[in-house]
Design a protein around this ligand. Structure first.
Ligand SMILES: Cc1cc2nc3c(=O)[nH]c(=O)nc-3n(C[C@H](O)[C@H](O)[C@H](O)COP(=O)(O)O)c2cc1C
Length: 228
């Protein structure tokens, strides 16, 4: 009897999923098209299909709407970040959220002044340029202790980027800004970021409501090998 109920429920789930064109079956990795005859994939667990779809849909976004991400949404994203795993649960991170345009613009202005004239002219001619943080209105700076914690901070960042993606919020990792943030010119901004004593900036992440939908860049699947 129990077996019959299970079969009936599985069939029902399969039909429900197939009616939902958005079930994500193709992107869940099973390689099967969504069909009522095929029950092993998204029908078995639609939650996992949603997670996989979110991961596969994330792209680095570099054009955003002007308004900062709502703080209630950022709160959820930040909580997802600090719920990432960390070695021995040491949670070796410090997060600083900048969503005020004065800070982001002042930092950008100082950064611009450090650039060669040619690059400054390029930026001045670029009507899409808003700031050095890939034009994002909200930036999270991520710090870690001097000589460790980078891996943990990477996991924290991906948690935040995927949480943001699931809410329709775009993101972009920002590692390139480190060279400027370490300079004397950036010292006043690092002071405002105010990482704990003995911490350094590892990277930042741009957040915002997307104003572009970039295509996925190709991935090299040959790097994956099962041991014989
Ligand atoms: C550690 C790290 C640092 C990055 N730094 C920058 C950066 O400074 N500026 C930028 O535009 N993108 C940066 N990116 C984003 C990558 O360019 C992007 O993830 C990659 O091209 C793949 O594209 P996708 O994120 O759309 O899949 C960085 C990504 C990582 C993981």
């Amino acid at each position: 009897m129990k077996k019959l109920v299970f079969i009936a429920l599985t069939a029902l789930l399969a039909v429900a999923c197939c009616r939902n064109k958005d079930c994500g079956c193709k992107s869940c990795g099973c390689g099967e098209a969504c069909s009522c005859a095929e029950t092993k994939c998204c029908m078995a667990n639609t939650d996992s299909a949603v997670v996989v779809k979110t991961i596969m849909a994330r792209r680095s976004v570099r054009q955003y709407k002007a308004e900062p991400v709502r703080r209630d949404q950022m709160d959820v994203i930040l909580q997802c970040g600090i719920n990432a795993p960390s070695a021995m649960n040491r949670q070796p991170w410090a997060l600083r959220v900048a969503d005020n345009p004065e800070f982001l613009n002042a930092c950008t202005q100082t950064w611009k002044e450090t650039l060669p004239e040619e690059r400054q002219a390029e930026i001045a001619a670029d009507s899409t340029f808003r700031n050095m943080f890939r034009n994002a209105p909200t930036v999270v700076f991520i710090g870690a202790p001097e000589n460790w914690g980078d891996l943990d901070c990477g996991l924290l960042g991906e948690n935040m980027m995927l949480a943001a993606q699931s809410m329709g919020i775009g993101t972009c990792c920002l590692g390139g800004l480190l060279s400027f943030m370490k300079t004397e010119a950036a010292a006043p901004y690092m002071q405002q970021i105010a990482l704990p004593e003995g911490y350094r900036l590892v990277y930042a992440i741009a957040f915002g409501y997307p104003d572009e939908s970039p295509e996925a860049k190709p991935r090299d699947a040959s790097v994956i090998q099962y041991l014989q």
